[in-house]
Design a protein around this ligand. Structure first.
Ligand code: UD1
Length: 417
């Protein structure tokens, strides 16, 4: 097992370059399938989740070449339409590959996706949207087989603005016949980035970033180069890590507009924040103040930042109340924080955090990606040497986390334990 060993209690100070977005890279990599041509992608983070997605493309018959800072994907010779089960189970977002495979081949086979253990995470919205598009779905022996002669555009209203379902519908309908309209679509910036990428290839997608998206089917797409947007959750994570240690940081290649609710909450905590185009600077106060947080679909406060804030607020002055509205099982990390002396009470969707003076070091277990990062934050802010186990969860989504933290003065290393 790999663990992080963190010597906490050091003020972090310095500059961090934010990587390309994980959640934008995954659907964009899937989108390369639609072109049947060569695509060059820049700023795809080198993390476990993008590696798995690229591995699936290779197994389906695509050529993938990694060159300095860019990934060249050739999907011309792709023939297979079945996503390997073991890889599908490693990561939930593989489900969006189904939309892209269907869009190009009108057939796709996959199993139920895996991913972080943060709730039931069903795919009913994806499947009912596929059915509305005229796709036949058969479920047998844990496999889902989708097939149709053609995909015909229609109106799809999502019961909930699911990010993955919105992306899947877009990917399935770029090459469809006629017009598809998604209402109550998710508005996350990663969806806008996917649409920007597909439109550069020749797709006709309007309204991405709003709750009504219109996709007019086209017959073919062209070769493009594309630079993936900055990772807004990575940016938010480093801001909170530094804030928790009382330090000062400058983020480069960040997009302040994408993290407005995060910046506002950090200001409410007492942090001084300045933004200038793609640069964000934060200076933490001596002691953070408690704040209340409710997670919501974009542009609300992101669920992916709930655990990071939860961890940061364990040593804030006063009592903070978190309400998790998106995933039902996203408080596992709080059990681990309690081992470090945090005072947290969970009641259903709500976590009540009473700020303590300081956390103390302990051995803690990551259970999911963001919950794991929350424990790293606690280790950095706490007193003594903290061991965070099962860092493979954290490595799914953060590129060179330990190196980036070391450059701003953290004592963190990876150890085989
Ligand atoms: C994406 C993000 C994830 C983020 C989440 C919410 C990626 C790779 N992951 O996940 O980091 O936390 O958005 O911002 O982009 N739901 C259903 N039925 C469905 C689909 C979803 O009930 O068919 C429910 C889920 O269980 C969950 C909620 O809708 O409670 C939100 O899920 P969704 O927006 O689909 O999240 P993901 O796309 O999985």
């Amino acid at each position: 097992m790999l663990s992080y060993i963190i010597e906490g209690g050091r003020k972090l100070e310095g500059t961090i370059l934010i990587s390309g977005s994980k959640n934008a890279s995954l659907p964009i990599i899937a989108g390369t399938i639609l072109s049947s041509k060569i695509t060059k992608l820049y700023h795809v983070p080198n993390i476990h989740d993008t590696q798995i997605t690229l591995k699936i493309l290779k197994l389906l018959g695509c050529k993938v070449k990694k060159e300095r800072g860019k990934i060249v994907i050739d999907t011309k010779l792709m023939k297979k339409t079945e996503i390997p089960e073991d890889l599908m189970r490693q990561m939930r977002s593989t489900v969006i590959m189904a939309g892209a495979i269907l869009g190009r081949f009108k057939e796709a086979t996959f199993s139920y996706p895996g991913g972080c253990e943060i709730g039931a995470r069903p795919i009913d919205l994806h499947l009912s949207a596929f059915r509305k598009l005229g796709i036949n779905i058969e479920e047998k022996g844990g496999f889902i087989h989708c097939k149709c002669d053609k995909i015909i555009g229609t109106e799809i209203n999502l019961d909930f603005p699911s990010v993955g379902a919105t992306e899947n519908i877009i990917l399935a309908t770029v090459l469809a016949e006629g017009i598809t309209t998604i209402t109550n679509a998710a508005m996350e910036p990663e969806i806008e980035d996917l649409a920007k990428f597909l439109n550069k290839m020749g797709a006709k997608i309007e309204g991405a970033g709003t709750n009504i998206i219109k996709i007019t089917g086209v017959t073919q797409l062209k070769e493009v180069s594309y630079k993936v947007m900055p990772d807004r959750i990575e940016a938010g994570t480093y801001l909170c890590m530094v804030a928790a240690t009382g330090g000062k940081v400058k983020l480069l290649n960040a997009e302040p507009e994408h993290i407005t609710p995060i910046l506002h909450k950090l200001q409410e905590c007492g942090c001084m924040i300045e933004t200038n185009q793609k640069v964000i600077t934060l200076e933490a106060p001596k002691k953070l103040k408690a704040v209340d947080i409710k997670t919501m679909p974009y542009p609300g406060f992101p669920t992916d930042m709930q655990s990071i804030f939860g961890s940061m607020l364990t040593t804030a002055k006063g009592t903070s109340v978190l309400v998790e509205n998106i995933f039902e099982n996203r408080y596992k990390y709080t059990q681990e924080l309690k081992k470090m002396g945090a005072k947290i009470q969970i009641e259903g969707k709500m976590a009540v955090i009473k700020g303590v003076r300081k956390l103390s070091a302990s051995k803690v277990e990551s259970h999911d990606l963001r919950g794991g990062a929350a424990l790293v934050l606690a280790g950095l802010a706490g007193k003594g040497t903290t061991q965070v186990n099962h860092i493979e969860y954290i490595q799914r989504g953060y590129e060179n986390l330990e190196e980036k933290l070391q450059t701003i003065g953290a004592k963190i290393k990876i150890k085989n334990t």
